[in-house]
Design a binder for this molecule. Structure first.
Ligand code: ADP
Ligand code: ZN
Length: 432
C-alpha cells in the first residue's frame, strides 16, 4: 500500500529528531510569548525558552492537564486572536464538563493531512468511497474523518451517527469501500446487517478505520469476520487534534504516531520518562499547533511506545493498543481491572456477542462486579444446562485472568443498550 506523504512518513529518525528539535524551540518561544498560563508555569519552574535546544529538553517543560483546559474555559489557553480561530470543537465529555478546542486554517490543514495519511494506511485512495458514521458536530470524529478523506480525493458519504437501518442501506447502495466509526458501532452494524436481512456479499466494503474508544484484538476479529473487512485502529483526542494522531499501517503492530506534529512520551507512576516498550501514561506535545498549542498534555491513556523498524517503511514511533484510560480503571476489592481485560476473556469464549456491560456495586462494604454479556444469536434457546456450564466456565476464566471473582449474567441478544458513538461499558453504582 502507498504512502500519502512518503518523504515525511519514511524520513530517517535522525532527520525527524532535527525537525522535532527545531519545532520544539519555536513552540516554546511561541507559547511563552502568547499564553500567560505557560509563561507563569515556566517562570515558576525557572525555565526560559532559551533553555530548550533539542527535543530531549522537553523534560524541562511543565505538564498540562485536562483540568487546565477546563479552568480556562472556553478560550483561555488559545494562542491566537479569536478572529484567527476558524473552527471550534469540544470533547465528547466522557469524563465530565466539555473541553473546548480551536483551530486556525493552518491547524485544519495539518489535521486533514494527518488524517489523509491515516486513511491511506487503511487503503483509501482517490477511487475509494468513505462512509463516515462518526458523529458530526462538536465531536471531532465526523469532520476529522471527512476532511482527511476529502484531502485524498475520495468520495465521502457524511452519514453521521444514528438510524442504523438507513446506515446499512447507504453502505450497500453507495458502495462504500471504507467505513469510519467507533469499533463498538462497527460490531453493532455487523449484527444489524444480518438482522435486517442483508447479505454482506452484496456490500463493497474492504476496510474500516475504527477508533475513539479502546477495543481488543478479539473485538477486531469479530468485526473483521462479520463485515468481511480489514479493520484498522486509529487514535486521537480533541485536545491534541482529533482522530489521526496515530494509526495502524498494514503491518498492524502498533499505531504510528505522526511525530512531525505530535511528540509522544510515556511516563511512569512518578511522572518520569519511561523507556521504550514500557507501559505508562501517554503524554503529547503539539509541535506545530497554532490556536491551541499544548506542552506535555497528560492524556491519562495507558500504553507503550515502540521504535524498532516497521516492515511498512514508516519510521514514526508506534504506540501499542490503549489498555484503557486511567479514569476507566476500576478498582475492585483493591484489584485494578481494565474493561479491555474482561472483553478479551469474553470474546475468546465464543458463544457470546461483543455487547457487554460491567456493573460495579457494593454489598456489605465489599465491592461486587457483575459482568453482563449477551449470548450469541441462537444460543438462548439452548438447554439450560449448557448455558449454566458456559456461565460457570466464564466465571472461572475471569477469575484466573483478573485474580478476582466476578458474577457473570448471560442475557438475551439485544438487551444491552447500544451506543452510536462511544460504548458505555461500566455502570458504577458505588458512587450513588
Ligand atoms: P473525551 O475525553 O471526551 O472522550 P475525545 O472524544 O477527544 O474526548 O476522546 C479522546 C479519548 O478517546 C482518548 O484520550 C482515548 O482515551 C480514547 N481513544 C481515542 N481513540 C482510541 C483508540 N484507538 N483506542 C483506545 N482509546 C481511544
Ligand atoms: Zn508500519
Amino acid at each position: 500500500m502507498g504512502y500519502f506523504n512518503k518523504a515525511i512518513e519514511t524520513m530517517s529518525r535522525a532527520e525527524l529528531e532535527t525537525l522535532q528539535s527545531e519545532r520544539l524551540k519555536n513552540l516554546v518561544a511561541y507559547v511563552y510569548e502568547r499564553v500567560p498560563f505557560y509563561r507563569e508555569k515556566m517562570n515558576a519552574m525557572r525555565v526560559k525558552p532559551s533553555d530548550i535546544h533539542t527535543i530531549a529538553d522537553i523534560v524541562k517543560l511543565p505538564f498540562t492537564e485536562k483540568t487546565d483546559l477546563r479552568d480556562n474555559y472556553p478560550f483561555g489557553l488559545f494562542a491566537v486572536p479569536e478572529r484567527e480561530v476558524v473552527r471550534v470543537h469540544a470533547s465528547s465529555g466522557t469524563t465530565g464538563k466539555l473541553t473546548v478546542v480551536g483551530y486556525t486554517k493552518a491547524d485544519l490543514d495539518v489535521w486533514s493531512e494527518v488524517m489523509a495519511r491515516s486513511l491511506t494506511c487503511a487503503g483509501v485512495t482517490a477511487d475509494s468511497t468513505v462512509h463516515v458514521s462518526y458523529g458530526y458536530g462538536l465531536f471531532t470524529g465526523g469532520l476529522g474523518a471527512h476532511d482527511g478523506a476529502s484531502k485524498i480525493g475520495a468520495r465521502v458519504v457524511p452519514a453521521s451517527s444514528g438510524n442504523t437501518a438507513r446506515q446499512l442501506m447507504l453502505l450497500k447502495d453507495f458502495k462504500a469501500t471504507t467505513l469510519c466509526c467507533t469499533p463498538s458501532y462497527a460490531a453493532y452494524l455487523g449484527d444489524a446487517l444480518y438482522e435486517n436481512g442483508y447479505d454482506i456479499r452484496d456490500f463493497s466494503l474492504k476496510s474500516g478505520l475504527f477508533g475513539a474508544e479502546p477495543w481488543t484484538e478479539e473485538m477486531r476479529a469479530e468485526i473483521e469476520k462479520k463485515l468481511r473487512i480489514k479493520a484498522y485502529d486509529v487514535y486521537g483526542l480533541s485536545e491534541i487534534m482529533g482522530p489521526g494522531v496515530s494509526v495502524e499501517c498494514e503491518a498492524q503492530n502498533g499505531m504510528h504516531v505522526w511525530e512531525d506534529h505530535f511528540f509522544p512520551e510515556i511516563l511512569d507512576d512518578d511522572l518520569q520518562p519511561a523507556p521504550y516498550g514500557e507501559q505508562g501514561e501517554l503524554v503529547f506535545t503539539t509541535l506545530t499547533k497554532q490556536a491551541l498549542p499544548l506542552l506535555r498534555y497528560r492524556t491519562k491513556d495507558i500504553c507503550s511506545l515502540h521504535v524498532d523498524p516497521c516492515p511498512c517503511g514508516r519510521t514514526h514511533v508506534r504506540m501499542g493498543k490503549i489498555m484503557g484510560r486511567k479514569d476507566d480503571m476500576l478498582i475492585i476489592r483493591g484489584v485494578n481491572v481494565f474493561p479491555s481485560q474482561i472483553e478479551t476473556v469474553l470474546l475468546q469464549m465464543g458463544n457470546v456477542s461483543p455487547h457487554y456491560q460491567l456493573v460495579v456495586g457494593r454489598e456489605n462494604n465489599t465491592d461486587t462486579l457483575e459482568v453482563r454479556v449477551e449470548l450469541a444469536q441462537g444460543m438462548f434457546s439452548d438447554e439450560v444446562k449448557h448455558i449454566e456450564a458456559l456461565r460457570s466456565d466464564m466465571e472461572s476464566r475471569l477469575h484466573s485472568a483478573l485474580g478476582l471473582s466476578a458474577r457473570v449474567k448471560l442475557v438475551e441478544p439485544n438487551t444491552i443498550p447500544r451506543s452510536e458513538g462511544k460504548a458505555v461499558r461500566v455502570v458504577d453504582n458505588r458512587k450513588l
